[in-house]
Design a protein around this ligand. Structure first.
Ligand SMILES: [Zn+2]
Length: 187
């Protein structure tokens, strides 16, 4: 087992505008959110209004050395559940139709893909991951969770499909839903 490298707050901010260092309670909260220990955690990409982690930032190599492409992972149960509902109600088809028919949207999705890899490379350019990002980028929308997590961490205007996913589920970053019993738990 190798240690996950330490990351400075400056690097975290370059990776994502809303990123912040790991706090004492984060690993415990994340373990509950994810149902497992967060491996390779280097920072929090975004937080709920209450301070709970909403998006993890994971080093591109897990502690056992496995290359790991998913830099941003949506962990906040209330939001995970809303996005799952949007996916299971067939919303992804609309995203993919738009990508197929709207050249500007497609170009922005491709730029989001490139930006994702550039951000990950600030941690380490893992050769095996070279052109892989997440969520179906650069040419598809395959996982709204991955895109919404990315958008929540980096802020609006970088990943339009993620911005749209957050808007679609009516996510307001100023409101905490962690104690809302109807929205607890991931699906
Ligand atoms: Zn909260």
């Amino acid at each position: 087992m190798n240690e996950t490298p330490q990351v400075t707050p400056e690097i975290l901010r370059q990776i994502a505008a809303n990123a912040s260092p790991i706090r004492d309670t984060d690993v415990e909260v994340l373990t509950e959110q994810l149902g497992r220990h967060p491996r390779g955690l280097v920072g929090i990409g975004a937080r709920c209004a209450c301070g709970n982690p909403a998006v993890t930032i994971t080093y591109p190599r897990l502690p056992d050395g496995t290359p790991f492409p998913t830099l941003f992972y949506l962990s906040l149960p209330a939001l995970v559940k809303r996005i799952s509902r949007a996916e299971s109600s067939g919303q992804m088809e609309a995203f993919n139709e738009r990508l197929a028919n709207d050249p500007d949207y497609r170009a922005a999705h491709e730029r989001a893909h490139v930006s994702y890899i550039e951000r990950r490379n600030l941690l380490e350019d893992v050769e095996h991951l070279a052109d892989r990002s997440a969520g179906g980028m650069p040419d598809r929308v395959k996982c709204l969770h991955a895109l919404a997590g990315y958008a929540l961490a980096v802020g609006p205007g970088v990943c339009p499909a993620g911005d749209d996913a957050l808007a679609l589920v009516g996510w307001d970053t100023a409101v905490c839903h962690c104690q809302d019993p109807a929205e607890e738990g991931a699906e």
